[in-house]
Ligand binder design. Structure first.
Ligand code: BES
Ligand code: MN
Length: 462
């Protein structure tokens, strides 16, 4: 007799093409959260998910007002009180596709090339969300789910989830579950299934600098005023020393050193420099002295300029001293650092170093503390076994450099741990032109999640 697990798995393989078509449908929606021009696309995408959940029989599926983009909720209680309730997390927003001319095709008209599906959001993370939904669909094709589920799909993850704290505080009971399944954290390589047990946080700022009251003729006034672009460049340049250390006062005070055991475990996953050179296209890697690449990415904080502008950048020469200059600047944070403290440190640095001839202002754009989860959580233990079975390899444990703001808030506000993994690869070009999803991993992902639900119900892994 075929078990339900076997039936659902066979179903998922037979219907893979249908699942890919559904993924292509949601990828056509331009749900770019950073630009208000796409508001109607955000609503369309949330409605698409609500309709999808309704189609699965999630009768209470609905789009909820979060103050920003809608949050999609739903629940499916088919397993009864004795079985765990898992919160399925996803974000339906994507990063802007810019620079558009570097795409080989339309970012919102998904195409399949060999084993790859190319589109904005294919890997980060509509593909990951559809892995979970396709797994659920495959199980429901035969009967009921062995575990209870709730759903939360947000539309502001890529802009730092600015309304998520107040939203979760307002709806604690609705979302309360035993734990969260979050497939937004990726895997380190195709043959290395991964459990991600740590994420960095983010503190994001815009600095604006003002010199003269208006732009000046650089001949008539050049030589007697401090050029604000020059001042801003000096300030930014001084934020890091030649050893790659960040110079903001007190920046490392709260950064915990890695203990030897964790250091050894992390470093077992490191790649040679050649790997990072190949992934990034740089001539040479560069980072904080005294740390390996894997430590620099997962366990050390960073500071990066994300954009800088000011003055004249159009065609031909224009002899001008600009009145203002701007930069977007962000720090990736590790546990115990807080965005509020980093703002103080940045402010102090500016007070100490900005030339007195210029005025400056700091705006905080996004803030999110780092997150560490327990490596020995029962949900994680179950996912380890499912990954082992389906992927044929024992998963590695990694701290990742990216951020998912909601993970910390799930812990703090709802007391819920997140089980974090994913089927996106470092070479998927997330946030970059020509984002791609590996469709073999999409298939394996569905199989893994099906196995995970049955395993949670039957073994529990406690
Ligand atoms: N999926 C990523 C985060 C990620 C990537 C985690 C790889 C682990 C491994 C997520 O969608 C993302 O890009 N988050 C933003 C959040 C920010 C705007 C607060 C990020 O990290 O830049
Ligand atoms: Mn992302």
């Amino acid at each position: 007799m075929e078990t339900n697990l076997e039936k659902a798995t066979a179903f998922s393989k037979e219907h893979l093409q249908d699942f890919i078509k559904e993924l292509q449908d949601i990828l056509r929606i331009k749900s770019i959260s950073s630009d208000p021009v796409y508001k109607s696309e955000m609503i369309k995408c949330a409605d698409w998910l609500v309709a999808y959940l309704k189609g699965l029989g999630v009768t209470d599926a609905r789009s909820m007002d979060s103050g920003k983009n809608p949050i999609v909720f739903g629940s499916l209680n088919q397993a009864g009180a004795g079985k765990p309730t898992i919160l399925i997390y996803g974000h339906y927003d994507v990063q802007p596709p810019d620079p558009l001319n570097e795409w080989t095709h339309d970012p919102f008209d998904p195409v399949i090339e060999g084993n790859l599906l190319l589109a904005r959001g294919s890997s980060d993370m509509k593909g990951q969300a559809m892995i979970m939904l396709s797994a659920i669909k495959s199980i429901l094709a035969f009967g009921s789910l062995p575990v209870n589920l709730k759903f939360l799909f947000e539309g502001d993850e890529e802009v730092g989830s600015p309304s998520i704290v107040s939203f979760l505080n307002e709806h604690k009971e609705l979302f309360k579950s035993d734990f969260v399944l979050n497939l937004d954290a990726g895997m380190v390589a195709k043959d290395k299934p991964t459990i991600v047990y740590g994420l960095r946080g983010l503190a994001y700022f815009e600095i604006s600098v003002r010199g003269p009251a208006h732009d000046l003729h650089s001949g008539l006034f050049g030589g007697i005023v401090y050029n604000p672009i020059h001042a801003l460049s000096e300030l930014i340049a001084g934020m890091k020393d030649s050893a790659g250390r960040i110079t903001l006062p007190g920046f490392y005070d709260d950064v915990l050193p890695l203990d030897e055991k964790e250091r050894a475990a992390l470093n077992a996953l490191d790649n040679p420099d050649a790997y990072y050179i190949e992934q990034t296209g740089v001539k040479e890697t560069f980072g904080e002295k005294g740390f390996t690449n894997v430590e620099r990415i997962g366990a050390r904080p960073t500071l990066d300029v994300n954009g800088i502008w000011g003055g004249y950048t159009g065609e031909g020469p224009k002899t001008v001293i600009p009145a203002r200059a701007f930069a977007k600047l962000s720090m990736r944070l590790v546990p115990r650092q807080t965005p509020a403290k980093v703002l103080q440190q940045l402010t102090l640095y500016m007070q100490q170093h900005a030339p007195r001839q210029i005025q400056w202002e700091i705006k905080q754009l996004a803030s999110d503390p780092a997150c560490i989860t327990s490596m020995d959580f029962y949900g994680t233990r179950c996912l380890v076994k499912s990954l082992e079975k389906v992927m044929g390899k024992t998963p590695v444990f990694k701290r990742e450099g990216g951020s998912i703001p909601i993970a910390t808030h799930f812990q703090n506000i709802l007391g819920m741990e997140s089980v974090m993994s994913g089927f996106s690869l470092p070479e998927d070009r997330v946030h970059s032109p020509n984002e791609q999803l590996d469709l073999e991993l999409f298939e394996k992902g569905i199989e893994t999640v099906i196995d995970f639900f049955y395993r949670m119900a039957e073994e529990g892994c406690k």
